[in-house]
Unconditional design. Structure first.
Ligand SMILES: [Zn+2]
Length: 239
Protein backbone atom coordinates (compact mmCIF):
# COMPACT_ATOMS: atom_id res chain seq x y z
CA UNK A 1 0.00 0.00 0.00
CA UNK A 2 1.41 3.40 -0.89
CA UNK A 3 0.38 6.97 -0.33
CA UNK A 4 2.78 8.81 -2.66
CA UNK A 5 1.41 12.21 -1.66
CA UNK A 6 2.75 11.69 1.84
CA UNK A 7 5.74 9.56 0.79
CA UNK A 8 4.39 6.69 2.83
CA UNK A 9 4.39 3.02 1.99
CA UNK A 10 3.58 -0.13 3.88
CA UNK A 11 4.00 -3.77 3.03
CA UNK A 12 1.51 -5.90 4.93
CA UNK A 13 2.86 -9.41 5.01
CA UNK A 14 1.25 -12.52 6.46
CA UNK A 15 3.14 -15.77 6.84
CA UNK A 16 0.66 -18.63 6.74
CA UNK A 17 2.74 -21.07 8.78
CA UNK A 18 -0.36 -23.08 9.72
CA UNK A 19 -4.10 -22.63 10.44
CA UNK A 20 -4.78 -21.58 6.86
CA UNK A 21 -8.48 -20.97 7.52
CA UNK A 22 -7.56 -18.22 9.98
CA UNK A 23 -5.66 -16.56 7.14
CA UNK A 24 -8.86 -16.49 5.12
CA UNK A 25 -10.71 -14.69 7.92
CA UNK A 26 -7.91 -12.14 8.11
CA UNK A 27 -8.01 -11.69 4.33
CA UNK A 28 -11.77 -11.10 4.40
CA UNK A 29 -11.41 -8.50 7.14
CA UNK A 30 -8.63 -6.67 5.26
CA UNK A 31 -10.69 -6.76 2.09
CA UNK A 32 -13.53 -4.99 3.91
CA UNK A 33 -11.06 -2.37 5.16
CA UNK A 34 -9.64 -1.80 1.68
CA UNK A 35 -6.24 -3.31 2.57
CA UNK A 36 -4.29 -5.37 0.05
CA UNK A 37 -1.81 -7.70 1.75
CA UNK A 38 0.62 -10.43 0.73
CA UNK A 39 0.01 -13.96 2.01
CA UNK A 40 3.00 -16.29 2.01
CA UNK A 41 2.08 -19.98 1.91
CA UNK A 42 4.25 -22.94 2.83
CA UNK A 43 4.14 -26.22 0.95
CA UNK A 44 3.21 -28.22 4.10
CA UNK A 45 -0.42 -29.27 4.33
CA UNK A 46 -1.16 -27.13 7.41
CA UNK A 47 -0.55 -24.07 5.22
CA UNK A 48 -1.12 -25.22 1.66
CA UNK A 49 -4.93 -25.43 1.51
CA UNK A 50 -6.02 -24.85 -2.12
CA UNK A 51 -9.52 -23.66 -1.19
CA UNK A 52 -8.06 -20.98 1.10
CA UNK A 53 -5.46 -19.86 -1.45
CA UNK A 54 -8.12 -19.53 -4.16
CA UNK A 55 -10.42 -17.47 -1.95
CA UNK A 56 -7.61 -15.17 -0.79
CA UNK A 57 -6.63 -14.56 -4.43
CA UNK A 58 -10.32 -13.85 -5.13
CA UNK A 59 -10.27 -11.16 -2.42
CA UNK A 60 -7.57 -9.29 -4.36
CA UNK A 61 -4.56 -10.13 -2.18
CA UNK A 62 -1.10 -11.11 -3.38
CA UNK A 63 0.27 -14.63 -2.89
CA UNK A 64 3.90 -15.48 -2.22
CA UNK A 65 5.83 -18.66 -1.52
CA UNK A 66 7.11 -19.19 2.05
CA UNK A 67 9.96 -21.51 1.14
CA UNK A 68 11.85 -23.96 3.35
CA UNK A 69 13.36 -26.18 0.67
CA UNK A 70 16.93 -26.21 1.99
CA UNK A 71 15.80 -27.30 5.47
CA UNK A 72 13.46 -29.97 4.04
CA UNK A 73 16.30 -31.27 1.82
CA UNK A 74 18.64 -31.42 4.84
CA UNK A 75 21.01 -28.97 3.19
CA UNK A 76 21.16 -30.72 -0.22
CA UNK A 77 21.31 -27.70 -2.49
CA UNK A 78 20.56 -29.50 -5.76
CA UNK A 79 17.51 -31.21 -4.33
CA UNK A 80 16.39 -27.96 -2.66
CA UNK A 81 16.55 -25.86 -5.81
CA UNK A 82 14.61 -28.61 -7.63
CA UNK A 83 11.77 -28.66 -5.11
CA UNK A 84 11.84 -24.85 -4.89
CA UNK A 85 11.19 -24.66 -8.63
CA UNK A 86 8.42 -27.28 -8.47
CA UNK A 87 6.72 -25.62 -5.49
CA UNK A 88 6.93 -22.18 -7.04
CA UNK A 89 5.29 -23.55 -10.20
CA UNK A 90 2.61 -25.13 -8.04
CA UNK A 91 1.73 -21.81 -6.32
CA UNK A 92 1.80 -20.05 -9.68
CA UNK A 93 -1.24 -22.14 -10.66
CA UNK A 94 -3.17 -19.87 -8.29
CA UNK A 95 -1.36 -16.55 -8.65
CA UNK A 96 1.56 -15.12 -10.69
CA UNK A 97 3.93 -15.29 -7.70
CA UNK A 98 6.64 -12.60 -7.82
CA UNK A 99 7.97 -12.71 -4.28
CA UNK A 100 9.14 -15.37 -1.88
CA UNK A 101 10.29 -15.28 1.73
CA UNK A 102 12.06 -17.83 3.83
CA UNK A 103 10.43 -19.79 6.60
CA UNK A 104 12.63 -19.62 9.71
CA UNK A 105 12.80 -23.45 10.19
CA UNK A 106 14.06 -22.80 13.72
CA UNK A 107 14.87 -26.44 14.50
CA UNK A 108 16.86 -27.03 11.33
CA UNK A 109 20.55 -26.26 11.13
CA UNK A 110 20.04 -25.05 7.57
CA UNK A 111 19.20 -21.43 6.88
CA UNK A 112 16.78 -21.46 3.93
CA UNK A 113 18.19 -18.16 2.59
CA UNK A 114 21.46 -19.89 1.71
CA UNK A 115 19.63 -21.18 -1.36
CA UNK A 116 20.52 -17.78 -2.88
CA UNK A 117 24.25 -18.18 -2.40
CA UNK A 118 24.57 -19.78 -5.84
CA UNK A 119 21.26 -18.84 -7.45
CA UNK A 120 19.47 -15.62 -8.14
CA UNK A 121 15.84 -14.63 -7.66
CA UNK A 122 15.62 -13.28 -11.21
CA UNK A 123 16.34 -16.78 -12.62
CA UNK A 124 12.91 -17.70 -11.30
CA UNK A 125 11.14 -14.52 -12.41
CA UNK A 126 11.06 -13.27 -8.83
CA UNK A 127 11.45 -9.65 -7.79
CA UNK A 128 11.87 -9.90 -4.06
CA UNK A 129 12.80 -11.79 -0.91
CA UNK A 130 12.14 -9.46 2.05
CA UNK A 131 15.21 -10.63 3.99
CA UNK A 132 17.50 -9.95 1.01
CA UNK A 133 15.83 -7.19 -1.00
CA UNK A 134 14.85 -4.66 1.67
CA UNK A 135 17.13 -2.10 3.30
CA UNK A 136 16.06 -2.34 6.93
CA UNK A 137 17.93 0.87 7.76
CA UNK A 138 15.24 2.65 5.76
CA UNK A 139 12.27 0.39 6.24
CA UNK A 140 10.91 -0.24 9.73
CA UNK A 141 10.25 -3.93 10.37
CA UNK A 142 7.53 -4.85 12.82
CA UNK A 143 6.87 -8.53 13.44
CA UNK A 144 4.71 -10.64 15.74
CA UNK A 145 7.21 -13.52 15.72
CA UNK A 146 7.05 -15.12 19.16
CA UNK A 147 3.30 -14.28 19.36
CA UNK A 148 4.02 -10.71 20.52
CA UNK A 149 5.13 -7.41 18.95
CA UNK A 150 8.19 -7.51 21.17
CA UNK A 151 8.85 -11.25 21.01
CA UNK A 152 12.04 -10.80 18.96
CA UNK A 153 14.21 -12.51 21.55
CA UNK A 154 12.42 -15.78 20.79
CA UNK A 155 13.19 -15.62 17.09
CA UNK A 156 15.89 -17.87 15.71
CA UNK A 157 16.32 -16.50 12.18
CA UNK A 158 13.62 -13.87 11.72
CA UNK A 159 15.92 -11.23 13.16
CA UNK A 160 16.33 -7.70 11.88
CA UNK A 161 18.12 -5.00 13.85
CA UNK A 162 15.79 -2.14 14.75
CA UNK A 163 17.51 1.19 14.11
CA UNK A 164 14.33 3.21 14.60
CA UNK A 165 14.38 3.01 18.39
CA UNK A 166 10.74 1.93 18.47
CA UNK A 167 9.43 -0.83 20.69
CA UNK A 168 5.83 -1.92 21.05
CA UNK A 169 4.17 -4.37 23.35
CA UNK A 170 0.48 -3.83 22.62
CA UNK A 171 -1.28 -3.09 19.35
CA UNK A 172 -2.81 0.05 20.87
CA UNK A 173 0.72 1.41 21.39
CA UNK A 174 1.26 1.04 17.63
CA UNK A 175 -2.02 2.81 16.91
CA UNK A 176 -1.06 5.66 19.27
CA UNK A 177 2.31 6.01 17.54
CA UNK A 178 0.63 6.22 14.13
CA UNK A 179 -1.90 8.79 15.40
CA UNK A 180 0.89 10.91 16.88
CA UNK A 181 2.61 10.89 13.47
CA UNK A 182 5.70 9.11 14.80
CA UNK A 183 5.40 5.87 12.85
CA UNK A 184 8.10 5.49 10.15
CA UNK A 185 7.04 6.46 6.62
CA UNK A 186 8.19 3.13 5.21
CA UNK A 187 7.37 -0.06 7.02
CA UNK A 188 7.02 -3.80 6.61
CA UNK A 189 4.60 -5.41 9.02
CA UNK A 190 4.64 -9.17 9.42
CA UNK A 191 1.63 -10.68 11.14
CA UNK A 192 1.32 -14.46 11.28
CA UNK A 193 -2.06 -16.07 10.98
CA UNK A 194 -2.21 -17.53 14.48
CA UNK A 195 -4.66 -14.80 15.46
CA UNK A 196 -8.20 -15.97 15.94
CA UNK A 197 -11.63 -14.78 17.06
CA UNK A 198 -12.27 -18.08 18.88
CA UNK A 199 -11.56 -17.66 22.59
CA UNK A 200 -10.80 -21.36 23.03
CA UNK A 201 -8.30 -21.42 20.17
CA UNK A 202 -6.81 -18.09 21.29
CA UNK A 203 -6.16 -19.41 24.81
CA UNK A 204 -4.82 -22.72 23.50
CA UNK A 205 -2.43 -20.96 21.12
CA UNK A 206 -1.32 -18.54 23.84
CA UNK A 207 -0.40 -21.40 26.11
CA UNK A 208 1.33 -23.34 23.32
CA UNK A 209 3.36 -20.31 22.20
CA UNK A 210 4.35 -19.55 25.79
CA UNK A 211 5.84 -23.05 26.19
CA UNK A 212 7.28 -23.03 22.69
CA UNK A 213 9.07 -19.71 23.19
CA UNK A 214 10.63 -20.88 26.44
CA UNK A 215 11.64 -24.24 24.95
CA UNK A 216 13.25 -22.37 22.03
CA UNK A 217 15.22 -20.19 24.46
CA UNK A 218 16.34 -23.22 26.48
CA UNK A 219 17.21 -25.13 23.30
CA UNK A 220 19.63 -22.37 22.27
CA UNK A 221 22.00 -23.37 25.09
CA UNK A 222 21.08 -26.96 25.83
CA UNK A 223 21.64 -29.68 23.22
CA UNK A 224 19.32 -32.16 24.96
CA UNK A 225 16.42 -29.69 25.00
CA UNK A 226 17.32 -28.78 21.41
CA UNK A 227 16.99 -32.42 20.29
CA UNK A 228 13.75 -32.86 22.27
CA UNK A 229 12.22 -29.70 20.79
CA UNK A 230 13.39 -30.69 17.30
CA UNK A 231 11.68 -34.07 17.66
CA UNK A 232 8.37 -32.52 18.76
CA UNK A 233 8.45 -30.07 15.84
CA UNK A 234 9.23 -32.90 13.39
CA UNK A 235 6.29 -34.97 14.66
CA UNK A 236 3.94 -31.97 14.57
CA UNK A 237 4.59 -31.16 10.91
CA UNK A 238 4.39 -34.82 9.90
CA UNK A 239 0.97 -35.35 11.43
ZN1 LIG B 1 7.27 -19.12 8.71
Amino acid sequence: MTDPAKGKSLVMRHDVDELAWNALKMAQLENKLGIRATYFFRIVKQSNVPEVIKQIVGLGHEIGYHYEDLALAEGDEVQAIGTFKENLEYFRKYYPVRSVCMHGSSTSKYDNRLLWKNHSLSDFGLVGEPYLSIDFDKVFYLTDTGYAWDGGKFATRDIVENKFGLKFHTTSQIVDCIKAGNFPAQALILAHTLWTDSLIQWNGLHLREFFRNNLKLLAKNNPIVERFYGKIVELYWKK
